[in-house]
Design a protein around this ligand. Sequence first.
Ligand code: CAO
Length: 540
Amino acid sequence: MNQAIEIKVPDIGDFRDVPVIELFVKVGDLVKAEDPLVSLESDKATMEVPAPHGGVVKQIHVKLGDAVSEGSVLMQFEGAGAGTAAAEPAQATKPSVSAPPSPVSAPAGLAEVRIPDIGDFKDIPVIEIFVKVGDTVRAEDALLSLESDKATMDVPAPLGGVVREIRVKVGDTVSEGSIIMALATGDAPAVAATAAPGAAPAVAAALAAPAAPAATAAATAAAASGGVDEAAFALAYASPAVRKLARETGVDLGKVRGSGEHGRILRADVEAFARTGGPAAPAARPAAAPAGGGAGLDLLAWPKVDFAKFGPVERKELSRIKKISGANLHRNWVVIPHVTTHDEADITDLELFRVQMNKELEKSGVKISMLPFMMKAAVATLKAFPEFNASLDGDTLVLKQYYHIGFAADTPNGLMVPVIRDVDKKSIPDIAREMGELAKLAREGKLKPDQMSGGTFTISSLGGIGGINFTPIINAPEVAIMGVCKSFWKQHSSDGKNWASRLTLPLSLSWDHRVIDGAAAARFNVHFANLLADLRRVLF
Ligand code: CAO
């Protein structure tokens, strides 16, 4: 006898009130055991609830956006299978995500690990993979390492399991949401589904999407669509069910623009793509960005010299950070019309004040160098010259109303630029303390992406080392950078008659001539120098 049976949300670990983001079935659909029914997505994980058994969908009790928890009734089934099977799902999803740093998608025993929120970073290369297929990992174990031009980041396992599949290789680039590997969790078998007697069908289904068995569909699709980019397919932000659908319908997932939250590709996106056969319109490129092929400079080839002909040499590969930051510096130098304006600030009084302040703070353990004062002076100057606290977006200038100041830090791995947020709201000792902490993290290679992003202006201080002037390279998309060298004593006179020795700080402001004019840059420096000469105007 056919009878209706309620399908409930299985055990989903500690998650509560998780929104339904996708419904894979409608009333009247005939589903098989383990077919995905709905997708739930919290801020940390995406979970597909599979059918515990086959049946016909009689009623659906949830709609997109509804928040559900373990035990919430999702739908009712009717069918022969429904009457006999247990009400509990065959294999409840158990993400057991205690403090998951990266989002997972867990279709009944198989968790797809994605790149977590890594700030504004995009297309970051994978530089190392710490695990191989078959390895057992615990939650928080490092899975792989990414390296941007500014930081190296380890991506930890969001939950424990056995590595079933690795979807990336060293050198691939990834962004937030890219799927990097699949972990067999809970009771799921550790070996390939086909070789494991009793492997959960959902596991097999999930694996079938990217694995070889789908080759026929993929090959047909490739022929029809001009070839599937497997690397882009593997990294697309989509659930296993959607990936499977893409394979079945011959859609190259890498070309589909996701309409879901954070660009997640939904079933409807794949269906629409399959219908129209074309990719969604490409995102508009900001006009300020350089053309992909560069400026097409027709330059002489780089000279190839056998240096060993002239004397002994040693070859040493550039560090990874240097290689990446070098590429960024090169782009910024070539694309931005840099001009550097030099000036000097009289910091005689400020230095006395700084020394006095350090005496008073001796017991607190905070030591204040010239840099925190320069940060404060920079903010006050940026407020007076807002176009320096801006970025170009095509023909539009985006004027920022916050003051996050980056500072260049010299580290054994290369140059890093940590950012101190809301400098306008912080005291000098607070800035000094935070700067010390960030500089330490930078030297240890432990800066997090959000500690290096969002800067609006940068100060590059070589004052602790030496130099008279230099040309700092603008840290795009910022439009100006203040370079500072070592202070020195200089005879100064304002009338040519009375002379005095003044401690003088050399300033080198590089600015983007597309945004800033020479007169504004000279005024900026004068304003900045005047503030340092009388910092009471900034501090009080
Ligand atoms: N003139 C004279 N002395 C200065 C000075 C200046 N402009 N700036 C700093 N000093 C002094 C400090 O007071 C300190 O003196 P004491 O040891 O006697 O107290 C000493 O130089 C060392 O300072 P510091 O470098 O430790 O501290 P800081 O706050 O000035 O700088 C940091 C911190 C992280 C910016 C710095 O250590 C650093 O890495 N600088 C290099 C940045 C760089 O590479 N820039 C080039 C990038 S290319 O565009």
